[in-house]
Design a protein around this ligand. Structure first.
Ligand code: 9WO
Length: 259
């Protein structure tokens, strides 16, 4: 059963172009996902196909009208069985994280509503939107790029999408930690060499080093993530060793992490 994405957007070409590359292109080819765009302009009842109007109360910018979007969403529902949540991408939404993506990927699909202009008439949001999601505290010109980030993040978690299931498991956040550093040829880059352990061929040592790096980086850069994660005895020992090494190198400038 394919995971179904429906994107409501004034720029279907933007979505079509992006989905020609990488993970999305392969997932479409392999029918792991379906991805359909719906343009509210096609559902405008205005002879000029208008979908926006000026803002009540005045102020800059235009507002997307409720009716064309309501008709678009009805067309989506008429085109598909099953109930899928309508998600509006907006800076006012709930912050998206790995857990939210994981729970979305467990469902049958998403209807993603990408706004433009200054936003969408609030009455449409109240009537039709199940959740508002934000990818960060900043504003871009429309909801399409945030929506495509959701599409890609969910698709990566679907069985068979990456081809190598392991890399999904190794993804940052799939175990609540930041990623370990990666290296490739040449062995020397300027004055910098590849960590010797990665050249050792000792896979157990390499796995141990990578876990220690993931723990150490998370402790250094995102102690908030570490605070949410219970460490095993072995993981705690690896982290303690990492912190001690950093202390001996004098590179803990006042950083106390959360240990
Ligand atoms: C446009 C605008 C113009 C004049 C004055 C104020 C204004 N605010 C906006 C605005 O917030 N536009 C948004 C564009 C409306 C909703 C769709 N757009 C959007 C979504 N920009 N950034 C996002 C977004 C979505 C998810 N996570 C982060 C940002």
């Amino acid at each position: 059963m394919s995971f179904r994405f429906d994107l409501v957007t004034l720029f279907p070409g933007l979505v079509a172009d992006y989905s020609q590359y990488g993970v999305l292109s392969r997932a479409l080819r392999d029918e792991i996902i379906t991805l359909q765009s719906w343009n509210p302009r096609d559902f405008s009842d205005d002879r000029n196909l208008r979908v926006d109007d000026s803002s009540y109360g005045g102020g800059p910018g235009m507002v997307m009208k409720a009716e064309p979007i309501a008709r678009t969403l009805q067309a989506v529902r008429d085109d598909s069985a099953g109930v899928r949540p309508v998600i509006y991408l907006s800076p006012q939404g709930r912050r998206v994280d790995h857990d939210l993506i994981k729970s979305a990927a467990a469902g049958e699909g998403l209807i993603l509503l990408a706004g433009r202009y200054e936003g969408i008439d609030e009455r449409l949001i109240e009537e039709q939107v199940d959740e508002e999601w934000s990818i960060g505290d900043f504003v871009v010109n429309g909801g399409e790029l945030p929506a495509l980030m959701i599409v890609e993040a969910v698709t990566r978690l679907l069985p068979g999408a990456l081809g190598d299931a392991e890399s999904a498991q190794q993804d940052s956040f799939s175990d609540g930690l930041l990623d370990y550093p990666h290296y490739t040829r040449p062995a020397s880059y300027g004055q910098r060499a590849v960590p010797a352990v990665l050249m050792s061929g000792d896979h157990q040592k390499i796995a141990r080093w990578r876990m220690q790096q993931a723990l150490g980086r998370t402790w250094t850069r995102r102690p908030d993530l570490l605070a949410k994660r219970t460490l095993s005895v072995a993981e705690q020992q690896l982290l303690d060793e990492y912190i001690e090494e950093q202390r001996q190198k004098g590179s803990l400038d006042g950083h106390d992490g959360c240990n």
